[in-house]
Write a protein that binds this ligand. Structure first.
Ligand code: HAM
Length: 427
C-alpha cells in the first residue's frame, strides 16, 4: 500500500469544510482591506530563495526541497511566498503602475524539510499578504491590524502580538558586531547550533530555544541601544496606533525571525492556548526594505506577514465551541435526493441535471436499488427534499416531492419545479 510522504497530510471530510470556511472568510476580510490575490508558481529558481531569504537562514541552509530539472537547472519548491511575490512584481512592471501601495495576498502550499510535529509539516499551507512600494509606518500598522483582524474574526481569542524593531541595515550591522563580541566571551557554553550561528549570523542566537543559551542571552546587548532616531520614531508610531485601536501587544527585544530580509519592524502573533504546543506562532511577518531582484539589483520595499493554516485549524479545534459552530454553519445539506421508482435512468438524469442547473445540490442512487432501499440510503444523508419519480407520474409530466420529516407528498408539474424550489430552497 502506498502511504503519504512524512510531513504531509490528506485533508478531507469535516476537516475540509473548516478549511473552506476559513479560506473564504480570509478572502472576504482581504477584500475589505482591498488586497488582491496573486498566484505565483510553486517552484522557482533556487537562487531566488537563497539570495533573498539569506544563505545562513535555516530555511535555506537546511530545509529547501531543491532538485535539478531535466535541463540541469536548480529548482526549489517554494519554502515561503514573499520572495516569489516580489520577483513577480519586479518582473511584471505593470503591477506597480497603479497608485502605491500595491496590496497583494496569496494562498497555497509551501515546502520545508523540517522535523514534523504538531503544527509543523513539510508541506503546509500559508496565507500571506504583502503591502508593497512604500516605506511608511502606516502600512506596517495596516498589516499588523489585518493579521489581528483575521484571527479575531475567526474567533481565536487566546493570542498575543509580539513586536520588535530590528532597525535598518547599519543599525543591525552595529548590533551584530556587539552581539558577536558578547557571545564570543561565552562561546564555550553555547549550544552547537548557536556556536555555528555566532560566525554566520549572531542575531539568530537570540531566538535559540536551548536553556543554556537562554541563560547567556539574558544579559546580551539589546537592539534598542543601536537604533537610529528615525527607526525608533517609526516603530513608536505603529505602537501608538495599535494602542489607539485597543490592540494589546508586547515588545520582545529577542524577536529576530528566521528570514534575513527583514529590517525595522518585525512581528509575530502567537497562540497562548496551553494546547498549542511548541509551534505556537500563528502569524509571522515584518518589513523588508532591501529585497533584491537578482537580475537588475533594484530594491523594493514592503511589509507583510504569513499565517500557517494548519496552526489556525489547531487553534480553532482548541476553542471547541467555535469549531462546532463553524461545522453547523457549513453547507453539508443535500437539497434534493431523486428517488427513482421505475423510470429509465435517462429520465432521472435529465431531472437531476435540470435541478442542478437551478443551483440545487442534488444526489441520486447510482445502482438499480428498489425505492425502499433508496429511501433507506437518503435517510442516512442530510436531505431536505426527496423527489420521487415513477413512470405513472412521469406520463402526467409530474413528480412527487416530500420534505424531510413530513409524511405528506406534493405533486408538482415538471415545468413548475423551478418556481417550487425557488420558494422553498432559496440559493
Ligand atoms: P515564517 O515565519 O517563516 O514567515 O512563516 C509564517 C508562518 O507560516 C508561521 O508563523 C507558521 O504559522 C507557518 N509555518 C512556517 N513553517 C511551517 C511549517 N513547517 N509547518 C506549518 N506551518 C508553518 C514567512 O514565511 C514570511 N514569508 C512571512 C512574511 C510575509 N514576511 C513578510 N511578508
Amino acid at each position: 500500500m502506498f502511504r503519504k510522504i512524512k510531513g504531509t497530510t490528506d485533508i478531507y471530510g469535516d476537516e475540509i469544510l473548516i478549511w473552506n470556511y476559513i479560506e473564504s472568510l480570509i478572502k472576504e476580510i482581504c477584500r475589505t482591506f482591498n488586497y488582491k490575490e496573486i498566484r505565483t508558481p510553486i517552484f522557482e529558481e533556487t537562487s531566488l530563495f537563497s539570495r533573498n531569504i539569506g544563505e545562513t537562514a535555516d530555511i535555506v541552509s537546511k530545509e529547501m526541497y531543491t532538485f535539478l530539472d531535466k535541463g540541469n537547472r536548480s529548482i526549489t519548491l517554494r519554502p515561503e511566498g514573499t520572495a516569489s511575490v516580489i520577483r513577480s512584481v519586479v518582473e511584471n512592471k505593470t503591477m506597480m503602475a497603479n497608485p502605491l501601495p500595491l496590496k497583494l495576498f496569496y494562498y497555497g502550499p509551501m515546502f520545508r524539510y523540517e522535523r514534523p510535529q504538531k503544527g509543523r509539516q513539510r508541506q503546509f499551507y500559508q496565507f500571506g499578504v504583502e503591502n508593497i512600494g512604500i516605506n511608511n509606518y502606516r502600512s506596517d500598522f495596516e498589516v499588523v491590524l489585518l493579521g489581528y483582524t483575521l484571527l479575531n474574526r475567526l474567533g481565536i481569542k487566546k493570542i498575543k502580538i509580539l513586536l520588535n524593531n530590528l532597525g535598518d541595515t547599519s543599525d543591525r550591522q552595529n548590533y551584530a558586531k556587539s552581539l558577536k563580541e558578547y557571545f564570543l566571551k561565552h562561546e564555550n557554553n553555547l549550544s552547537s547550533d548557536s556556536k555555528s550561528r555566532l560566525y554566520k549570523n549572531p542575531l539568530r542566537i537570540l531566538d535559540s530555544k536551548s536553556i543554556q543559551d537562554k541563560e547567556i542571552i539574558k544579559d546580551a546587548p539589546l537592539i534598542k541601544e543601536f537604533l537610529s532616531e528615525e527607526s525608533k520614531a517609526q516603530f513608536e508610531k505603529v505602537c501608538d496606533l495599535l494602542k489607539q485601536h485597543n490592540i494589546d501587544f508586547e515588545i520582545n527585544n529577542h524577536l529576530v525571525r528566521g528570514l534575513d530580509y527583514y529590517s525595522n519592524i518585525v512581528f509575530e502573533i502567537i497562540s497562548t492556548s496551553e494546547d498549542a504546543g511548541a509551534q505556537n506562532t500563528l502569524i509571522g511577518g515584518g518589513r523588508y526594505n532591501y529585497l533584491i531582484d537578482s537580475k537588475d539589483s533594484s530594491t523594493i520595499s514592503g511589509t507583510g506577514f504569513a499565517l500557517g493554516m494548519e496552526r489556525i485549524i489547531l487553534s480553532l479545534k482548541n476553542e471547541k465551541l467555535l469549531y462546532e459552530k463553524i461545522m453547523s454553519e457549513t453547507d453539508q445539506k443535500i437539497d434534493v435526493f431523486v428517488v427513482n421508482v421505475d423510470c429509465d435512468f435517462m429520465i432521472v438524469s435529465l431531472i437531476v441535471n435540470m435541478l442542478r442547473n437551478l443551483g440545487l445540490k442534488v444526489e441520486y442512487d447510482y445502482s438499480d436499488k428498489t425505492a425502499a432501499k433508496q429511501f433507506k440510503k437518503l435517510s442516512k444523508l442530510n436531505v431536505e427534499y426527496s423527489l420521487i419519480i415513477g413512470n405513472n407520474d412521469f406520463s402526467k409530466k409530474q413528480v412527487s416531492i416530500k420534505k424531510r420529516g413530513s409524511k405528506e407528498e406534493t405533486k408538482v408539474k415538471i415545468n413548475e419545479l423551478l418556481d417550487f424550489f425557488n420558494d422553498k430552497c432559496p440559493r
